[in-house]
Design a protein around this ligand. Structure first.
Ligand code: C2O
Ligand code: CU
Ligand code: CU
Length: 461
C-alpha cells in the first residue's frame, strides 16, 4: 500500500509533476494563468457579506476558458490562512494534477504556489473547486466554471454560463455555519440565498431570434436543482460536459430536469423574435417555481434556426465492452461508527454519518487506507452503485468518464458523465474503461456527506 503523500514526497514529486506537464507538447511555451485565492467581501442583496472566498476581490471566481487538446498551465497561489488544493471537476487529466490532498499532492500552504498543467482531452462544460478545506472554501464561494471549447465553432450567437450556488446568510447578510450535524446526517444543509453567478435572479440580454448556448453548472454543496425551462425551441445538447448520445427530454414544469451538485447541463435555445421578451429560467422547490435568471431578447430578430447548429463533436472516450466487463458492487449508506474524520491539514470533522461498503472514509491524511476498488488499466468494468439510504447522493468519480447502463427505478439515458445522482434506494450500474492510471477520488458531491464518510478512491493500475 502506498502511503499518503508527505511533504518530502510531495517536494520530490512536484518536480516530476512539472516535468510531466512539460511532456505535453508545448507546455513550456504556454503563458500560465495566475490564480490567487483570497478572502473578500461582496454585496449579494444588501450589506457586504464578509469572509467570502474567491479568486478576485469583490467578485465571484472567474470563468476559465481552455481549448480542447491545447495545453494549459495554471499557477494557483494560496492567499488564505488555511491549506488548499484545486480540483478540475470532470477533466480527465494526469493523476498528479487532480488536486486531491494526500492522494495526489501535498496540501498547498499559505502563500505557496502549485503549478497545475494539463491538456484537456474533452470539450464541454466543467468546473473547478478546492479539495482541501473543501466544505468551508466552497460554501464561502470558491467554485468556478471551466469551459473547454470545441476546436471549431458550433454556430451559437451567444454563450452564457450560469454558476448556480447558494449561500447561507443571516439577517445582516453575514455567513451562517455551512455545516450542521442535522443536515449532514440527512440531505445536507441548504442555503437561503440562491444565486446565479453570485447574483439574485440576474437578467441577461440576448439577441432576439438568436441561438443561445446555456450552460447550467450546479456548484452548490447541497442543492439538487429541478430545472424548468420556457416553452421555446431548444434542446439539451450536453450532459456533464459531454455531448448527449441519447436525448434528454426538454425540462418543463411537469417534468423538471434534476441536476445534482457537481452536474452540468448544456442547452441550445432559440430566442423569441420580438424585442423585449422576458424569458425566465427557473427551478422548482415543491410546488414553488423560483427564478434562477432571466433572459431578455434585444435588437432586431436574427432569424436563426436550431437546425443551423453543427452537432457537438464526440469526445475521445473509450467504449466499455459490456459483455466482458467485470462487475464490482459498491454500497453507499449510513456509517456504522461515529468516530469522525482526521483530515490532517485539510480540516477535521467530529462526525461520521456515511460510508462506502460500510466503511466511513477516515480522513484524507490517514495512512494505509486502501481503495474501494482496484481496476486493471485498460479493462472494462461495471460498477454497481447501491444506495441503501433514503437520501439522494450525487456520486462523483475523478479522472474517468462513465456511462450509466441501468437503474432499478427508471430509464437512464446512456450519456457520458462523471457524476450520477442516485435516488432513494436506487441501484445504478455504470460502465467504464479504466484507461487513466492513478488513485481517483470517488465520493458524494453533497459535501457534508463527503466530509462525514461518503468518500473513497478507486485505484487504476
Ligand atoms: Cu467536484 Cu472530488 O470533486
Ligand atoms: Cu472531480
Ligand atoms: Cu450523499
Amino acid at each position: 500500500m502506498r502511503s499518503p503523500i508527505s511533504r518530502r514526497n510531495f517536494l520530490l514529486g512536484s518536480g516530476a509533476a512539472i516535468v510531466a506537464g512539460g511532456l505535453h507538447l508545448g507546455t513550456e511555451a504556454v503563458e500560465p494563468l495566475q490564480m490567487r485565492s483570497r478572502v473578500t467581501s461582496y454585496a449579494f442583496d444588501g450589506p457586504d457579506t464578509r469572509g467570502l472566498v474567491s479568486l478576485s476581490d469583490n467578485a465571484p471566481p472567474p470563468l476559465v476558458r481552455l481549448r480542447q487538446g491545447e495545453p494549459a498551465v495554471i499557477d494557483l497561489t494560496n492567499g488564505l490562512d488555511d491549506y488548499t488544493t484545486m480540483h478540475w471537476h470532470g477533466i480527465r487529466l494526469a493523476n498528479e494534477m487532480d488536486g486531491v490532498p494526500y492522494l495526489t499532492q501535498f496540501p498547498i500552504g499559505k502563500d505557496e504556489t502549485f503549478r497545475y498543467a494539463f491538456t484537456p482531452p474533452d470539450a464541454g462544460t466543467y468546473w473547478y473547486h478546492p479539495h482541501c478545506m473543501t466544505m468551508r472554501q466552497m460554501a464561502h464561494g470558491l467554485t468556478g466554471i471551466l469551459i473547454v471549447e470545441e476546436p471549431r465553432d458550433i454556430g451559437f450567437d451567444e454563450d452564457l454560463a450560469l454558476n448556480l450556488k447558494d449561500f447561507r446568510l443571516d439577517d445582516e447578510g453575514q455567513l451562517l455555519p455551512f455545516f450542521t450535524p442535522r443536515g449532514a446526517a440527512r440531505g445536507g444543509t441548504l442555503g437561503n440565498t440562491r444565486t446565479t453567478n453570485w447574483k439574485i435572479d440576474p437578467r441577461y440580454d440576448v439577441p432576439a431570434g438568436g441561438l443561445l448556448r446555456l450552460r447550467f453548472v450546479a456548484t452548490d454543496t447541497t442543492r439538487v436543482y429541478k430545472l424548468v425551462l420556457p416553452d421555446l425551441p431548444g434542446k439539451v445538447i450536453a450532459w456533464d460536459g459531454h455531448p448527449v448520445n441519447e436525448p434528454v427530454p426538454w425540462p418543463t414544469e411537469e417534468r423538471p430536469l434534476w441536476v445534482g451538485p457537481g452536474q452540468r447541463v448544456d442547452i441550445a435555445l432559440r430566442m423569441p423574435d420580438d424585442e423585449g421578451v422576458d424569458v425566465p429560467l427557473s427551478h422548482s422547490i415543491g410546488r414553488r417555481r423560483l427564478a434562477l435568471a432571466r433572459l431578455r431578447s434585444v435588437g432586431k430578430s436574427m432569424n436563426r434556426d436550431l437546425a443551423e447548429l453543427r452537432p457537438l463533436p464526440a469526445n475521445p472516450l473509450a467504449q466499455p465492452k459490456l459483455a466482458a466487463a467485470e462487475v464490482r458492487e459498491l454500497v453507499f449508506g449510513w456509517s456504522p461508527d461515529g468516530n469522525g474524520q482526521r483530515n490532517g491539514l485539510c480540516g477535521s470533522n467530529a462526525y461520521s454519518f456515511w460510508s462506502i461498503d460500510r466503511k466511513p472514509w477516515p480522513g484524507d491524511a490517514v495512512e494505509n487506507v486502501g481503495p474501494v476498488a482496484e481496476l486493471e488499466l485498460g479493462k472494462s468494468y461495471i460498477l454497481r452503485l447501491r444506495n441503501e439510504s433514503p437520501n439522494l447522493h450525487p456520486i462523483h468519480l475523478h479522472g474517468l468518464a462513465f456511462l450509466p447502463v441501468r437503474s432499478n427505478q427508471r430509464p437512464l439515458p446512456r450519456n457520458w458523465t462523471d457524476t450520477i445522482l442516485l435516488m432513494r434506494n436506487e441501484i445504478v450500474d455504470i460502465a467504464l474503461v479504466a484507461d487513466n492510471p492513478g488513485d481517483w477520488a470517488f465520493h458524494c458531491h453533497v459535501i457534508e456527506h463527503q466530509k462525514t464518510g461518503l468518500s473513497g478512491y478507486l485505484r487504476v493500475s
